[in-house]
Design a protein around this ligand. Structure first.
Ligand code: C2E
Ligand code: CA
Ligand code: CA
Length: 699
């Protein structure tokens, strides 16, 4: 039985037929309304629509066909209309469909089956309606999709599709119906689509593939096709324009993997590539090198000339990297460059170069040296020539690290080592370097303790005044007696103390101790000056002058007995504050000696401006005396210069009587060195001060 009670309107002019029909249908569970002819049926339908109409063909007034047409017009496609025709009357069956009938029943009617017949008719009609709705929905969906779509058969013939409505170039036009795909798409793409059909059918999956087409405006656009089978012999294909998405993906990729300023790969990209290359080198059992570059003094360019100029430097540096490593314009071929090397900018002024296949460590050094030389060329910045140098650290797989992160870290360490070695320098990472780093770390922590444990003490090295034959000054030199490691030389820990800031406390202690000791010698009746070394760091301290004055007051030492030894590098750094400090010191009566003279870059005109009292000729020149002509010439020149500028001179590192004599003959005023005395503890200074020396110039 039907779930709901359906109403059927019957139209027949013959009362018996009406009656029988009503009885049969009612018995089958339908509600039945009867009408006597076409006009009556129409009237009744209008008064109260029903779920189905059954019309006799021959009726007075409006016949069945006319009534059918009128009802169809009025009720639309939804209403099932069944014509009751005479048997074998094929003409009226055709006329019935033409008039819009849904189905027909031929007379004579089998009354016992009528109910079933109508029931199935209903069901079929419902199914048909549902199918139509589904079709309409699919069509609506397809039309709402902004993509091009078409249906095709297994032979690649297009059955139906949209297209022709979208702007040219936005998507490929839908292929034209009933023509093969190749009529609308290039051969290869058509073949691909047809191949996709078979795949989609056999695997019952959606097949995707991307392709490119040139549009009418000669623009290349990217498309994505999706193919899904509808039935064994039919597939639906959607083609989408993904040009914008591809562009966006590329942009995102660039942002994630490339440095915006130089266009070089960024750290992320480098790290990934390195990981791959290390894996490859491991499999192939070959070497690989990383160069870690850092532009020396880049920070000061950035700070003084501005970030725009800094950016220019980085861009130009990136260009030079390319130029330096272009295999074909190398004069001497470097095999390492033929193996697809890669650069990256890790950030700031740090660049890396990956040499994926090298045969020996020297290959990496060769490339590094070449890069270093290229970077030495002056940079044109705001119309000015600025020279920058580069420090490069090198780490080699497998010796310097078994994986990417370790290699990168060690190349970085090696770079710092290169910087320590005076910049403009290339250095390998090696195990001894790590050891060095570890030692430094322990030394640093020990250094902090050393102050508290009072492990420091001063020694004094006398300076002989050649005129009087007496010691007129002593240089204070620091010593560190480590409880386990013994004596640690000052050059090993002073740079460290400068780095970690301990230097200011340490130098205060040195100054105070030296002044106190000098006071004692003066009190014993020896007119002796004490010379104290100042580190360049201290010169940057605006408090320096005040600190020294306080110490002099505390210890009671008159300023004329204090001499400060400074190096050229300390004086070069910041001329304004340096000059102010120097003047303040000199005006208070303290003497200033320029230490290690000759090893720096001092220009004569520069020295003239400085309130210096003394030059100390570096040991390296004294060492060559008396036989080395160059040394002799230099020492002579320095002495002449000093005389000219009215500076006193001390020659350092005098180890032999011959050196002492030569210096005397050249009119050096004072001598310092092992020949006179090694640096000695404070207690041993007194006897030296009482002694007299006699140095005769050679004839
Ligand atoms: P410097 O100021 O040039 O000190 C002279 C160095 O040469 C001393 O080494 C001294 O022992 C050594 N020397 C002296 N005569 C001779 C000689 O005839 N032959 C040879 N071969 N060497 C000689 P030292 O004490 O190891 O000091 C090294 C450096 O450490 C000093 O060089 C100085 O730059 C620094 N330094 C030492 N003490 C201090 C200090 O108290 N404060 C600061 N800031 N630096 C210090
Ligand atoms: Ca010195
Ligand atoms: Ca010196």
């Amino acid at each position: 039985m039907m779930a709901e009670c359906l109403r059927i309107l019957i139209a027949d002019d013959e009362p018996t037929a009406r009656m029988l029909m009503r009885a049969a249908l009612q018995k089958a569970g339908f509600e039945v309304v009867v009408s006597v002819d076409g006009d009556d049926a129409l009237r009744q339908y209008r008064a109260r629509p029903c779920d189905m109409v059954m019309l006799d063909v021959e009726m007075p007034g409006l016949n069945g066909f006319q009534a059918c047409r009128a009802l169809r017009d009025e009720a639309g496609a939804e209403l099932p209309i069944v014509m009751v025709t005479g048997m074998d009357d094929t003409a009226s069956i055709e006329a019935a469909y033409e008039a819009g009938a849904t189905d027909f029943i031929s007379k004579p009617i089998n009354w016992s089956l009528l109910g079933h017949r109508v029931k199935y008719l209903f069901r079929a009609y419902r199914a048909l309606l549902a199918l139509r709705a589904a079709d309409a929905r699919s069509a609506a969906i397809l039309n709402a999709i902004p993509d091009t779509w078409f249906r095709m058969d297994a032979a690649g013939i297009v059955l139906e599709g949209n297209g022709g409505t979208r702007p040219p170039g936005a998507a490929p036009q839908a292929p034209r119906p009933s023509l093969p795909l190749s009529a609308s798409y290039p051969e290869d793409i058509a073949a691909h689509l047809q191949g996709g059909f078979a795949h989609a059918r056999d695997s019952a999956t959606v097949q995707n593939f991307d392709f490119q087409l040139q549009t009418d405006t000669r623009e290349v656009r990217q498309y994505e096709a999706r193919l899904v089978t509808i039935e064994a012999d039919e597939a639906l294909c959607l083609v989408r324009d993904i040009t914008e998405r591809k562009h966006a993906e590329e942009r995102i990729f660039r942002l994630a993997y490339f440095d915006g300023l130089t266009g070089l790969p960024n750290r992320q990209s480098f790290v990934e590539r390195l990981e791959r290359e290390v894996g490859r080198a491991r499999d192939a059992k070959c070497k690989l090198a990383i160069l870690f570059l850092d532009l020396d003094r880049f920070k000061s360019i950035n700070d003084t000339m501005g970030h725009n100029v800094g950016d220019q430097v980085l861009e130009q540096a990136a260009e030079r990297l390319h130029a330096a490593t272009r295999p074909y314009d190398l004069v001497a071929r470097v095999a390492a460059l033929d193996c697809g090397l890669e650069f990256a900018r890790l950030g700031g002024d740090e660049f890396t170069v990956l040499l994926p296949r090298i045969t020996q460590r020297e290959d990496a050094m060769q490339v590094a040296q070449r890069i270093r030389e290229m970077m030495q060329q002056p940079f044109q910045l705001r119309g000015r020539e600025v020279v920058l140098t580069t420090s490069i650290g090198i780490a080699v797989y497998p010796e310097d690290g078994a994986d990417g992160p370790t290699l990168l870290k060690h190349a970085d360490t090696a770079m710092y080592h290169a910087k320590d070695g005076g910049r403009d320098n290339c250095q390998f990472y090696s195990a001894s370097l790590t050891q060095h780093a570890v030692q430094r770390m322990t030394l640093e922590s020990n250094l902090r303790l050393a102050m508290e444990r009072q492990e420091f003490f001063l020694v004094y090295q006398p300076q002989l005044d050649l005129d009087s034959g007496r010691i007129d000054a002593v240089e204070a030199l620091i010593r560190w007696e480590h409880p386990e490691h013994g004596l640690i030389p000052p050059l090993s820990f002073i740079p460290l103390a400068e780095e970690n800031g301990l230097i200011s406390r340490l130098s205060e202690w040195i100054l105070r101790t030296a002044c106190r000791d000098a006071m004692r010698w003066l009190a014993d009746g020896h007119p002796v000056r004490v010379a104290v070394n100042l580190s360049p760091m201290q010169f940057r301290d605006p408090q320096l002058f005040d600190t020294i004055r306080t110490i002099l007051q505390e210890t009671g030492l008159a300023s004329e007995w204090l001499e400060l030894e400074v190096t050229e590098s300390a004086l070069m750094e910041d001329s304004e504050t340096t000059l102010a400090t120097l003047l303040a010191l000199r005006n208070s009566g303290i003497r200033i000696a320029l230490d290690d003279f000759g090893t720096g870059y001092s220009s004569l005109s520069y020295l003239k401006r400085l309130p210096l009292s003394k030059l100390k000729i570096d040991q390296s020149f004294v060492r060559g005396l008396p036989d080395d002509h160059d040394s002799l010439a230099i020492v002579r020149a320095i002495l002449a210069l000093a005389k000219n500028l009215d500076f006193k001179v001390t020659a350092e590192g005098v180890e032999t009587i011959e050196q002492a004599r030569t210096l005397k003959s050249l009119h050096s005023e004072t001598l310092q060195g092992f020949y006179i005395s090694k640096p000695v503890p404070a207690a041993a200074v007194g006897p030296l001060l009482r002694r007299r020396w006699r140095i005769d110039a050679p004839e």
